[in-house]
Design a protein around this ligand. Structure first.
Ligand code: NAD
Length: 344
């Protein structure tokens, strides 16, 4: 049995990992703490690490883990922007779960859009108070509207298909467009100018940080809806707040938030949040925030557990690592090793 340090454990993912890990030959040492420079010491004596989206695998953390002889970190997520890939290269193999259920995230994005447009969150509160008045709840037909999708990977394509099902027109932008996919690609500025709804499905990289900024917002239609189920820092939140206040932006659905690390996945009921920006977002009737739950379906959780454990097993069995990422993968879009070998 290999010992694996499992950080930021939550009951909903523990039940799937506990059921499966013995079958893969792993003994999990579960920690509620997030992974960071100081909690890295908990993995001393372990053979590998399992981490999640708000764990921090920065240079110092990587070096500590490496000094304990750890050579593999399996992320139970698709995104890997929380890992210093350059620091990890040559020391720790970084594995991820690229596609546990694009449907979970695509469908949650659609849920945010439908709830915002038809004011379901407000209607729910009203009817619980026996208030059946309709004023202020007017939406619009999605049919015939134009949605702009930034990032046409697995999740972006699921969301595109859902939107097409509603009879919407879809415009897309991708740094690496798939010209054979029947997707209508336009430039970013054209997408901003023509879309009634904009949805973000690209990863967070140096290039995409604050892709939605003051300039981008200025190009958009008045009353545009913005959806982000990807990563919080794709949006400059202060610029977004100004645009909401100026009524440039009509509604916002966020499953992710720039500074979510300190809050999301935890229960702060009854406490005063020490984040004025998040408080302002939460106070607005046309902003709907969910706490990074787009992935949270039974199917996704089971797939995450299976794929994470299989990734680790492949590593320990000396097999090629099809789900490895390194800084070169990020730079070139696809790994120059093509995942037929290991990245290093
Ligand atoms: P993917 O790799 O299949 O697709 C990402 C797409 O973005 C690719 O087509 C890529 O070419 C494109 N892209 C890369 N750089 C770009 C740029 N600068 N501009 C425009 N497009 C660019 O990834 P996916 O599985 O579709 O996931 C998308 C993102 O969703 C992930 O990066 C992750 O951050 C986020 N995610 C969120 C949750 C959640 O629970 N909220 C769950 C899973 C994934």
């Amino acid at each position: 049995m290999k010992d694996i340090a499992f950080y930021d454990v939550k009951p909903y993912d523990k039940m799937y990992f506990d059921a499966l890990s013995p079958l893969y030959g792993f003994n999990l040492r579960c920690f509620e703490s997030k992974l960071h420079e100081h909690s890295a010491v908990l993995s001393q004596g372990c053979d590998g690490v399992i981490a999640f989206v708000n764990d921090s695998a920065d240079r110092k953390t990587i070096e500590k883990l490496h000094s304990f002889g750890i050579k593999v970190m399996a992320l139970r997520s698709a995104g890997y922007n929380n890992v210093d890939l350059k620091a990890a290269f040559g020391k720790i193999h970084i594995l991820r779960v690229p596609a546990y259920s694009p449907y979970a995230v695509g469908e949650h994005t659609a849920a945010l859009l439908l709830a915002l447009n038809r004011k379901i969150h407000r209607a729910y509160n009203r009817t619980r108070e026996h208030n059946f008045a309709l004023s202020g709840l007017t939406g619009f037909d999605l049919y015939g509207k134009t949605v702009g999708v930034i990032g046409t990977g697995r999740i972006g394509r699921v969301f595109i298909d859902i939107c097409k099902g509603f009879g919407m027109k879809v415009l897309s932008y991708d740094l690496f467009p798939d010209e054979n996919a029947g997707i209508d690609y336009v430039s970013l500025s054209e997408l901003y100018k023509r879309s009634d709804i904009i949805s973000l499905h690209c990863p967070l990289t140096k290039d995409t940080k604050h892709i939605i900024n003051e300039h981008a917002l200025s190009l958009m239609k008045d009353g545009v809806y913005i959806l982000n189920t990807s990563r919080g820092a794709l949006i400059d939140t202060e610029a977004l707040l100004t645009a909401i206040k100026n009524k440039k932006v009509g509604a916002v659905g966020l499953d992710v938030y720039e500074e979510e690390e300190d809050f999301f996945f935890e229960d702060f009921s009854g406490e005063i949040l020490e984040d004025d920006t998040l408080l302002r977002l939460l106070s607005m009737p046309n902003v709907l925030v969910t706490g990074h739950q787009a992935f949270l379906t039974k199917e996704a959780l089971e797939n995450i557990a299976k794929e994470t454990l299989q990734n680790l097993k492949d590593f320990f069995d000396g097999k090629p690592l099809k789900n490895e990422v390194c800084y070169r993968c990020e730079k070139y879009g696809t790994c120059i090793q093509n995942h037929e070998q290991r990245c290093f």
